[in-house]
Design a protein around this ligand. Structure first.
Ligand SMILES: [Zn+2]
Length: 361
């Protein structure tokens, strides 16, 4: 998106709102309890144009980078009705592809739509009893629970169906996924976002301290390192977190960035059977959690994997053992991982590489 294009498409009044959206996006994107890496997306509808975050971009960088793609709203809505692919049709010259969630933003009538992977919202959104639990917490708000649907057209259709009889709906809890908050302007949407966050807040469980003995042995392999974020160790030291992760995949980003199987090992296995796997070949997981010991990270872990892992531990530390969880079904995980091949994940990897090149050279 060239600056001249932006100037052509925005009037002065619209430009102010657009700048507010960028500022808000950067603040929301900079909060690891709301957004991890490139997930989350924001949009505003101004004068018949839908400005939507580009796929793979990090909201946190919204003030430094151009990342909003202008789309003709009526055309996008028509694509949604016809079920045609939005991303391919609207790809711009400069490699900004509209977010995978563009259809969702288009079917919601509100001018401003904020979609975040709120840790607190996800901790409720993976619970079987989530809809019941939230009745009291979100009382008085126009909210709805949307059962899990794959990102893109399937999710947009579920949302469209759910809000049709209740157009005032401005809060959506997306099952096994996250949160959507809407408003007539950025200020109203932001105020509502913080209200919802306050209502959904859960205090994370404390966890036993890591035991460095086994971790130090893993650290001898040059490709592994101790995490610089202490809370990550909970995946190894906290029995409840381990049990939750053994159950399966809770939400899409977990499978996309950390794999469908969590690498949780008892100490004895780490030191014998798995020692070769830990040397760091192509199939090495981005992290390894050792029962009772803690967590080690692969040295070349990408920043997206790291952010996702930090988010995951925040979710498990907010989830109690007694709660029944709704894990993604095997077919849902397979579907997700096959989609990774067109667009979603490699855009992120491309950026990671650009980033590390810029960093190292
Ligand atoms: Zn999402």
């Amino acid at each position: 998106m060239k600056n001249s294009d932006q100037a052509r498409l925005l009037t002065t009044r619209h430009e102010r709102e657009f700048m507010y959206l960028r500022d808000l996006s950067a603040r929301v994107g900079g909060d690891p309890l709301l957004v991890q890496a490139s997930n989350g997306n924001t949009s505003i509808k101004l004068g018949g144009i839908l400005w939507i975050k580009a796929s793979g971009k990090w909201l946190a960088h919204a003030m430094q980078q151009e990342m909003f793609v202008p789309l003709d709203l009526a055309e996008v809505q028509e694509s949604v009705q016809k079920g045609t692919n939005i991303g391919a049709h609207y790809a711009l010259n400069d490699d900004l592809y509209p977010s995978i969630e563009t259809a969702m933003h288009a079917v919601l009538r509100h001018r401003v739509v904020l979609h975040v992977h709120s840790i607190n919202a996800i901790a409720w959104a993976v619970r079987m009893d989530g809809p019941d639990q939230l009745k009291e917490r979100l009382d008085g708000l126009h909210w709805q629970w949307i059962p899990y649907a794959a990102s893109g057209m399937p999710l947009a259709r579920e949302i469209e169906k759910a809000v049709a009889p209740a157009l005032e709906t401005d809060v959506l809890i997306l099952g096994n996924h996250g949160l959507v908050v809407c408003g007539p302007d950025c200020y109203t949407a932001e105020t509502l976002l913080w209200d919802v966050e306050r209502r959904l807040a859960i205090i994370p469980r404390r966890f036993p301290k890591p035991d460095a003995t086994v971790l130090a042995m893993i650290a001898r392999f040059s490709r592994w390192q101790f995490p610089d974020v202490d809370s990550l160790h909970a995946l190894g030291t906290d029995a409840v977190s381990r049990k939750i992760l053994k159950g399966g995949v809770l939400y899409p980003c977990q499978a996309i960035f950390l794999g469908p199987m969590m690498p949780l090992f008892p100490p004895a296995l780490v030191l014998s059977k798995f020692i070769n796997r830990l040397k760091g070949d192509g199939t090495t997981p981005p992290f390894v959690a050792v029962d009772g010991s803690g967590v080690m990270l692969r040295e070349k872990m990408t920043s997206a994997e790291r952010a996702t892992l930090i988010g995951l531990v925040q979710v498990t530390q907010r989830t109690e053992e007694s709660v029944r969880l709704r894990y993604l079904k095997e077919a849902e995980v397979t579907d997700l991982l096959s989609k990774g091949a067109h667009g979603y994940k490699e855009v992120i990897f491309m950026e990671e590489n650009e980033f590390s090149d810029a960093w190292h050279h």
